[in-house]
Structures are given as C-alpha cells and as structure tokens.
Design a protein around this ligand. Structure first.
Ligand SMILES: Nc1ncnc2c1ncn2[C@@H]1O[C@H](COP(=O)(O)OP(=O)(O)OP(=O)(O)O)[C@@H](O)[C@H]1O
Ligand SMILES: C[C@@](O)(CCOP(=O)(O)OP(=O)(O)O)CC(=O)O
Length: 410
C-alpha cells in the first residue's frame, strides 16, 4: 500500500519464509555475512507463513523507530545488520513524486528523513521456522518499494537482504532459489540469490511445529561456533556441498522427486551431524524430531520409493517435502502418530483418509505411541512467490505513523 496522508508516506510489503534443502551453515566473512558454501531452498507460499512490514517516512518524525510483533525493538533497529539493510537500499534510492507529478522527496533527501517500521510474523519468531529470512526480506522489499530503489545488477537487492540475515537473500525470490557463495572481490557483490526454478507445480510441504519457543542457540551464534570447532563442517563445505548442489539443481530441473528427497534428507542429516561435531555440541533436533524421521523413513520403505523428505533447520520443527498426490495420505499418517488439536492442521483435510493396516503395522514397529501435543501445529503448504505488495493491511497508523499492530492472544 502506498499512501501520503498528512505528509506521512508509507508502504506495506510481505515476504515469504524459505526452507533450505542444501543448508547454509557457517560464515566465510562475518562483516559481509557471506557463507562458506552455496545453498538452495524452496520459498514457501505466503498464505500461512509470512512477515508483513509497513514502513513510513515523514518530516514530522524525530527519530527512527521499529516495532516487531507489536513490541518496540530499539536494539535491533540499531544493530549493524538492520542498519546495513536501510543504508544498502538508500544507496539505490530514486526520487519520489506525488500522483500529480510533483517532486516530494529527491533521492538526496531520504537519508535525512526518519523511518517508522512495524513488522510482524504470522508464525513463531526465532523458533527455527526462518523468521529472520522472511523478516529481513520483507524489510528490504518494503525499503525498496518506499525508496523506489533500482538495482545496478540482477540480484543486488538480495545482497542487501543477505546482510540482514543470510537466508533472507533466498526469500527475495519465489520458487526454488540458490544462494551462490560468491567471492571476496568487490565486497562480495556476487554472494547473491538466484532463482533456479520458478515452479514445480506438484511440490508440497508439511511443516510440523514441535516447539514454538525461541531456540537457545541462535543460528548466527551456532554457526560461528561450528566454524571455529567442527572439522566436519569444513569438509562438508569444501568436498560435499558443491557436487550435492549440482545434483540437486539437476533433480529440480528434471522434477525428479526421488533424487530431490534423498539429497534433502542427507543434507539435513549432515547439517545436524556438524552441529554434534561442534564443541560444545549443539542439539537442535529432539526426541520428537527423531521420531518424525523414523516414521518418514518407514513410510518411504513401505511405499517402495521416496515419497517424503524431511529436513530440520536450527530447531526441532520438521519440514517434510512431498508431491501433491501423497500430501493428504502423508498428513493423515503424521496426524495419526502425532495427533494435533482439532483445527491445528491448516490448509488440508485428512478426515476422509484411511490408513493401510500394513503401513500402521510397520510404523508401530518404530515404537512410536501416538500422543497429543508432541506436535502443536501442522501447516500444509507449497512453493510460492517472493515479496508481495500488501494493500489490505497496514501496521502503522496513517495519521500518527505509530504502530497499530496488536498481536492476537493465543
Ligand atoms: N519480521 C521481522 N522483521 C525484522 N526482523 C525479524 C523479523 N522476524 C524475525 N526477525 C529477526 O530474526 C531473529 C530470529 O532469527 P533466528 O535465525 O534466530 O531464528 P529463525 O529465523 O526463526 O530460525 P532459522 O533461521 O533457524 O530458521 C529475531 O530475533 C529478529 O532479530
Ligand atoms: C539452519 C539454517 O536455517 C540457517 C539459517 O541461518 P540464518 O540465515 O538465520 O543466519 P544468519 O545469516 O546469521 O542470520 C539453514 C538455511 O536456511 O540455509
């Protein structure tokens, strides 16, 4: 939304999460926030999971202000990563004209004007569901919209989002997206996101929220410790990821789900192995995560083919990729072993789906006993587009420019 009421000019944008199938873990350069290996992810549809950011600018504002999920966050606003996003987009800013063609702000004006920013996530923040990816992509996308920024090379906006949070660069595009590692020359300009495949119409995902609490070890801190202490991580970055990424891209282009699934699970396993190889070790997956892995493994053996691919980020929550024709069956199986409260499965109805006796028998052998509450929520989703302009929501009051988003009570 773009409005200029009472000389407050504001825009609202939303951005998606993305869940990597070849993981980014480890920084080559902490200042530029660049990775020790390239990575690849699926940008998820924004219906259920998105960050929504409104930014307002006005000569009336006396300082920058930022609200996250309704709470003012001064420290985050002044953090180097947040400032890098604002200043990065300001460098690409253009003039702003009103509807009659009058110049309102010239591109030189922007850096003297204060911003009010309000953002919220429609899903748990800092719980290993890529809130930093959606959040920084929404911030950069909204700044680009506000400042009418223009890229000087393709992918430049993603290089700015990368400085907010590495994984955010991949949320600047829809579909399947690679983050190319890049090189230190020219301030890592080539460490940027690149769309690999716009659409894989049959691809689906189930997100199982095992815990929505803030994780103890943030990705930023965890990967720094891994870089310093894990020899396995160095080996992975140099000798495993390059070939695996190439194989993954080929599998995506061929829409070869079996290969995609195998590489996805192997890469998740290896990422968590590097966390264990870190000293002191980092445990992101928990017992419930491991039971999900077992059920998925049995499901694939029972089917005689790879129909489901689990992956875990820096937390216990599972993302399971599958194809459209198996999503309902798989969701019914997961809801059987990890029952969720009524209404906690968004986006899919599994009530009419019967499960085969032979499948249940094979899964029972894992020792999993269905227990309500081990999984709190399940989202059924699919790949989706990059950042979008929002016209029906605004997080700042158009009259005062102050936050007007109030989080709903659980
Ligand atoms: N909408 C948002 N706008 C701006 N910053 C955000 C937003 N949402 C989250 N963040 C920032 O990202 C941080 C969370 O990042 P972190 O990497 O710890 O968790 P995550 O992104 O949810 O999990 P992961 O990256 O492991 O999937 C928050 O503490 C906040 O600083
Ligand atoms: C496990 C991951 O989700 C790690 C994401 O780490 P972040 O992008 O959150 O880290 P920072 O760059 O320090 O902000 C894997 C991935 O998304 O590739």
């Amino acid at each position: 939304m773009t409005t200029a009421t009472n000389s407050i000019y504001m825009v609202t944008m939303s951005a998606p999460t993305n869940i990597a199938v070849i993981k980014y873990w480890g920084k080559a350069d902490t200042h530029y926030n660049t990775p020790i290996n390239s990575s690849l992810s699926v940008t998820l549809d924004q219906t259920e999971l998105r960050a929504i950011t409104t930014i307002a600018v006005s000569k009336q504002f006396t300082k920058d202000r930022f609200w996250l999920n309704g709470v003012e966050e001064d420290e985050l606003l002044h953090s180097p990563r947040f400032r890098a996003c604002i200043e990065g987009v300001q460098k690409l800013a253009q003039d702003h004209y009103d509807a009659q063609g009058n110049l309102i702000y010239s591109k030189e004006d922007w850096k003297h004007l204060h911003l009010h920013i309000s953002s919220y996530n429609t899903f748990p923040t800092a719980a290993g569901l890529a809130s930093s990816a959606a959040g920084y992509a929404a911030l950069v996308a909204a700044l680009c919209q506000l400042y009418h920024a223009v890229e000087t090379f393709p992918g430049e906006f993603s290089t700015i989002a990368r400085q907010g949070s590495g994984s955010a660069c991949r949320s600047m595009y829809g579909g399947i997206v690679a983050w190319r590692q890049g090189t230190p020359k020219q301030e890592w300009r080539d460490s940027k996101a690149e769309p690999v495949l716009e659409d894989w119409p049959q691809l689906r995902a189930l997100l199982l929220v095992v815990s929505d609490s803030k994780k103890d070890t943030s990705s930023t801190t965890g990967m720094q410790t891994s870089v310093q202490t894990s020899m396995l991580l160095q080996y992975r970055a140099q000798h495993i990821v390059p070939a695996r990424l190439q194989a993954m891209e080929q599998a995506c282009h061929a829409r070869d789900f079996g290969t995609f699934a195998q590489l996805t699970m192997q890469d998740s396993n290896q990422f968590h192995a590097t966390c264990l190889d870190t000293y002191p070790p980092i445990f992101y997956m928990n017992d419930i995560s491991r039971q999900i892995v077992r059920i998925v493994t049995v499901y694939n053996s029972w089917a005689g083919e790879l129909r489901a691919a689990y992956t875990f980020d820096a937390g216990p929550n599972a993302v399971i990729y599958c194809l459209e024709q198996h999503q309902q069956h798989l969701a019914a199986l997961l809801c059987h072993y990890f029952p969720i409260p009524k209404g906690a499965l968004s986006g899919l109805d599994t009530s009419s789906m019967a499960l085969e006796e032979s499948l249940l028998q094979a899964c029972n052998e894992t020792g999993r006993i269905p227990r309500m509450g081990d999984v709190q929520t399940m989202y059924a989703t699919k790949p989706g587009p990059g950042p979008l302009v929002v016209t029906d929501v605004c997080n700042l009051d158009p009259e005062t420019g102050l936050n007007c988003y109030v989080p709903s009570l659980k």
